[in-house]
Design a protein around this ligand. Structure first.
Ligand code: SF4
Ligand code: SF4
Length: 110
């Protein structure tokens, strides 16, 4: 029968395996995402869920949230937040692209 120590060991190994896989995935995404001075982030409103992750990682205060009317008839929430990028302060660092859970942000040419 599997004991508590064995379960703990398996759990730790699995955590290391998942962390390694995620880090590799992030590294590949970072390498494949263009960035730099000639680029600016762009938010596709349809995909944005207003989760605030991009504003947290943006060191340049280049993202702001605004409210839109809630379109879903299934939820009794009157408004929802969306993110938008302020072009001038955006440095093209790509951090928001990596942080966005819904892939709503892409880097475009300035
Ligand atoms: S690319 Fe960098 S500076 Fe521009 S909005 Fe995203 S996190 Fe902010
Ligand atoms: S991280 Fe993505 S989904 Fe979340 S507020 Fe920013 S653009 Fe929207």
């Amino acid at each position: 029968m599997t004991g508590a120590d064995e379960l703990r060991r398996r759990r730790q190994n699995e955590a290391v395996r998942i962390r390694t896989a995620l880090n590799r995935q992030r590294g590949e995404q970072r390498a494949n995402t263009k960035g730099g001075e000639g680029t600016v982030a762009f938010v596709e409103e349809r995909k944005c869920i207003g989760c605030d992750q991009c504003t947290i990682v943006c060191d340049d205060d280049a993202i702001e949230l605004y409210h839109v009317a809630m379109k879903s008839p299934l939820m009794s929430v009157e408004s929802n937040r969306k993110a938008r990028v302020l072009r001038d302060p955006c440095t093209g660092c790509r951090l928001c692209v990596l942080a966005c859970p819904t892939d709503a942000i892409t880097m475009i040419d300035r």
